[in-house]
Design a protein around this ligand. Structure first.
Ligand SMILES: Nc1ncnc2c1ncn2[C@@H]1O[C@H](COP(=O)(O)OP(=O)(O)OP(=O)(O)O)[C@@H](O)[C@H]1O
Length: 355
């Protein structure tokens, strides 16, 4: 079924959900572990809850290695999951390639970080887009209809006039234009959800905003549900309706983007924000009073043997004895701005804890 057939979809309708999503990658045994019974694994993603809604952008933010791409690949059904559930329109889905995978891709499309690697250098824009339309049964009848559909796709991603781009090879395009072609290819499926894995991080700073604005425009015009993966929390404030923060494979904070970025609660979110340039906070640069999180420093932990309790506790300046032994649940927090919710998985927010 295509998005058009499922209309009318209302903004806010749930498209895709993950519950308890977990991925552990087994580690290949070395000589030393050959006789050990212990099976080691990289705990890349643990117990993730995620809801993507029509007409909304959800940002998944965290530093390198925190598990963001693994979440996107699990949601795209490119990886099998160790545990948890993925639901499309409320129906649990597990696919391993084949026709079921194609049907899933018709509704959930992924955009990768590197538009050069994701486009085949020996094929033109026309080839890439035609293939997408044909695979998803949207090429139309006859060459005139196909041509019109190709032009529509390029117009949607603002590569105009389309005839200037259709017969170009990837190397003849700029990074931003290539990413627009990748987005057009994804739109060839007429999806309901887009999983965008760091879609602008490989582009020049000067053209990032243009691509983010395009995605926002598509969200509004096509009522798409978008997962926006980024390590740049400042861009999440600008672009996303909701922001979720991941640390070492677990979610630590979430809520509406304005609240999470302007009133961060989890010490890790505060650390991320303190180390990210945000034009609205430039007046605070040089301020003698640093946040205590500035002192945190340190490195993310090994995910083969992640820390017990809160995974951030070895780096946390507020860590209490409990933090190293007990996994904090989500504590609901008062919402200061916006209309969504706000929560943090941090013992500081347990009733009675010193903030
Ligand atoms: N196929 C794999 N096999 C084993 N370990 C993996 C595999 N893919 C990812 N990992 C590990 O899982 C953890 C999470 O990786 P992931 O790529 O999801 O993080 P990320 O937050 O997207 O990082 P980046 O921003 O650098 O892409 C890392 O420790 C990574 O080394």
């Amino acid at each position: 079924m295509t998005a058009t057939e499922t209309q009318p979809a209302t903004t806010g309708d749930v498209v895709l959900e993950a519950e308890g999503l977990t991925k552990h990658f087994p580690v290949r045994r070395g000589l030393r572990d050959l006789f050990s019974k212990e099976r080691k694994a990289v705990h890349a993603v643990d117990d993730i809850q995620l809801t993507l809604r029509r007409g909304r952008v959800t940002a998944l933010v965290g530093e390198s290695g925190s598990g963001k791409s693994t979440v996107a690949r699990l949601m795209a059904q490119l990886y099998s999951r160790t545990d948890g559930d993925i639901r499309l329109h409320g129906q649990s889905v597990t696919v391993h390639g084949g026709r079921k995978f194609r049907a899933y891709c018709r509704q959930v499309q992924m955009i990768f970080q590197d538009p050069f690697a994701s486009l085949n250098p020996v094929h033109t824009v026309r080839y890439h887009l035609t293939r997408s339309l044909k695979i998803h049964g949207r090429a139309g009848k006859g060459s005139a209809e196909l041509e019109k559909n190709l032009e529509d796709l390029l117009n949607r991603v603002q590569l105009t006039p389309p005839e200037r781009y259709l017969d170009k090879f990837p190397h003849e395009l700029s990074g931003g234009q290539r990413q627009r072609v990748s987005i057009a290819r994804a739109l060839g499926a007429d999806p309901e959800a887009l999983l965008a894995d760091e879609p602008v991080s490989m582009l020049d700073v000067s053209i990032r905003l243009g691509v983010l604005n395009l995605l926002r425009d598509l969200k509004e015009r096509l009522n798409l549900a978008i997962l926006y993966i980024t390590h740049d929390i400042a861009s999440a404030r600008y672009f996303a309706d909701e922001t979720l923060v991941m640390y070492a494979g677990r979610m630590v904070e979430g809520g509406d983007s304005e609240t999470v970025t302007q009133n961060p609660a989890h010490p890790y979110t505060r650390l991320l924000i303190e180390s990210a340039p945000d034009p609205d906070r430039l007046d605070r640069v040089g301020d003698a009073k640093h946040a205590p999180e500035d002192e945190a420093g340190g490195e993310p932990p090994s995910l083969i043997a992640p820390p017990t309790g809160c995974r951030f506790h070895p780096r946390c300046v507020h860590a209490m004895p409990k933090c190293s032994t007990e996994l904090p649940p989500r504590f609901e927090l008062p919402v200061i701005s916006g209309e969504g919710d706000h929560w943090a998985a941090c013992w500081l927010y347990e009733e009675g804890a010193a903030k």
